[in-house]
Design a protein around this ligand. Structure first.
Ligand code: TXA
Ligand code: MG
Length: 336
C-alpha cells in the first residue's frame, strides 16, 4: 500500500499504461466506467481484492463484478457458458451488461464471496479499456463508494470517497450513464434481472425471444431464486430522508415542511426555487439518471435532510432509475 493516493488525469495513455502495470503488481485503482466509477484490482490477487473490501467497508458476503477486455477472456474466469450469454454479450458489449456465470476454480473465493458463480462485464469506457488491455488481466471492481453510499459518478465524488484508501484515482470526468450496470443470470430458459440498468428487459427480450422468459427480480427479502447478495443491503441512499412523489405541488410542500429545507428532484418542471426549497430540474429522464447520485451528495453536503424525488415511467433507463429511487426512499411515497 502506498502512503498517499496518487491522482491522475486520464488524458495521457502512457500514464494509464503505467497504472495498469501497478495493478498487475497488486495496487488498487479507482477508474471511470460508462456507468459509475469502479475500484479495481487484479482478480487473481486475493490480497489486493481484500484491500478493496477494506477500502469500501464492504461486507465480505457481497461478491464483486469482474471486468474483462473482450469475450476471449471469458474462459479465464467462467465455465459452462450458456449460448444465450454469448449472444447477449455480443449484442451489448462493451457496455453496461453484467452476466452471472459459473466460475472457474482459479478465481480466489473472496472475489465471489464464496459463491460458485461470478459476475462478468465488458466495460466500454476508454480508460477502463486501456487498463484491461494493458494488464491483460480480468479486473475485479465494485463501485468506488464506501459501502451503502451512492456510487460515484464524477471524479470529485470518487476522490471524496476513496482518497487515502486506494493507490490511484484516475480522473475520467463524469460517467455517461450514471447508474450501475444491469445484472442478470441465465438459468435454462429463464433470465433473471437482479439489478435493472441501461440494458432493459425489452432489449434483452429482443435478443432472446421465446422460449426465454425474462423475469425482473423484485428484491428486499423476497429473494427465492439464486441470490444476488448485494440486493439485500441498503444502497444508493443519501443521508437525507428520501420520498418518492408523483407530482410536484410547491404550495403543498411548503405547508407540509414549513421552514425545513427540502430538496426536490424533478424532470421538466418549470418553477423557481424558494428560500427553503432547493429544486434540481433535469431536462430528461437520462439526464436525471446521470446526475441522480451527484445530486444526492450535493444535497447532503448542503445540509438538506429531506429530498423529494419525482417518480418516472418505467421505460428505458426509467426502469433502472425508478429502481434506485425506490431503494433510496425505502419505497416511501408521499402523496401530495
Ligand atoms: O456498473 C457497474 O456494474 C459498476 C461498474 C464499476 O462496473 N460496478 C458495480 O459493482 O456496480 P457493485 O459491486 O457495486 O455491484 C455488484 C452487484 C452487487 O449487487 C452484487 O451482489 C452482484 O452484483 N453480484 C456480484 N457477483 C454476483 C454473483 N456471483 N451472483 C449474484 N450477484 C452478484
Ligand atoms: Mg455498488
Amino acid at each position: 500500500m502506498r502512503k498517499n493516493t496518487i491522482v491522475i488525469r486520464a488524458i495521457n495513455k502512457k500514464i494509464i499504461k503505467d497504472v495498469a502495470f501497478c495493478i498487475k503488481k497488486g495496487d488498487i485503482v479507482v477508474f471511470p466506467t460508462e456507468t459509475v466509477y469502479g475500484l479495481g484490482a487484479n482478480v487473481f490477487d486475493g490480497e489486493a481484492v481484500e484491500r478493496i473490501f477494506k477500502a469500501k467497508g464492504r461486507p465480505s458476503d457481497n461478491p464483486l463484478i469482474v471486468h474483462i477486455y473482450n469475450l476471449f477472456q471469458l474462459d479465464l474466469i467462467a465455465k459452462d457458458i450458456p449460448a444465450a450469454a454469448i449472444k447477449l454479450f455480443k449484442k451489448f458489449s462493451p457496455g453496461p451488461l453484467t452476466i452471472v456465470l459459473p466460475k472457474k476454480k482459479s478465481i480466489p473465493s473472496i472475489v465471489t464471496a464464496g459463491l460458485s458463480t461470478i459476475a462478468v462485464r465488458i466495460p466500454a469506457h476508454p480508460v477502463a479499456r486501456v487498463l484491461l488491455k494493458e494488464t491483460g488481466l480480468p479486473i475485479a471492481a465494485p463501485s468506488a463508494n464506501i459501502s451503502g453510499r451512492p456510487s460515484p459518478t464524477t471524479f470529485e465524488m470518487a476522490k471524496r470517497e476513496m482518497e487515502g484508501r486506494v493507490d490511484f484515482i484516475i480522473n475520467g470526468g463524469d460517467c455517461k450513464i450514471g447508474l450501475e450496470s444491469t445484472v442478470i443470470q441465465i438459468n435454462g430458459n429463464e433470465v433473471i434481472i437482479f439489478r435493472p440498468g441501461a440494458i432493459t428487459k425489452e432489449m434483452i427480450e429482443e435478443v432472446l425471444p421465446f422460449p426465454y422468459y425474462i423475469i425482473k427480480q423484485e428484491n428486499e427479502g423476497k429473494i427465492l431464486k439464486p441470490l444476488s447478495p448485494g440486493q439485500k443491503y441498503v444502497h444508493y441512499k443519501p443521508s437525507a430522508e428520501v420520498y418518492v412523489i408523483d407530482k410536484i405541488d410547491i404550495e403543498k410542500i411548503k405547508k407540509l415542511f414549513k421552514k425545513k429545507k427540502v430538496g426536490i428532484l424533478a424532470v421538466n418542471f418549470k418553477s423557481l426555487a424558494t428560500e427553503n426549497i432547493i429544486l434540481r430540474n433535469f431536462r430528461s429522464i437520462s439526464d436525471y439518471a446521470r446526475k441522480l447520485y451527484k445530486t444526492f451528495i450535493e444535497m447532503d453536503n448542503a445540509g438538506i435532510k429531506i429530498i423529494l424525488v419525482q417518480g418516472v415511467p418505467e421505460k428505458g433507463i426509467g426502469q433502472a432509475l425508478m429502481n434506485r429511487l425506490l431503494k433510496a426512499s425505502g419505497k416511501r411515497h408521499l402523496k401530495l
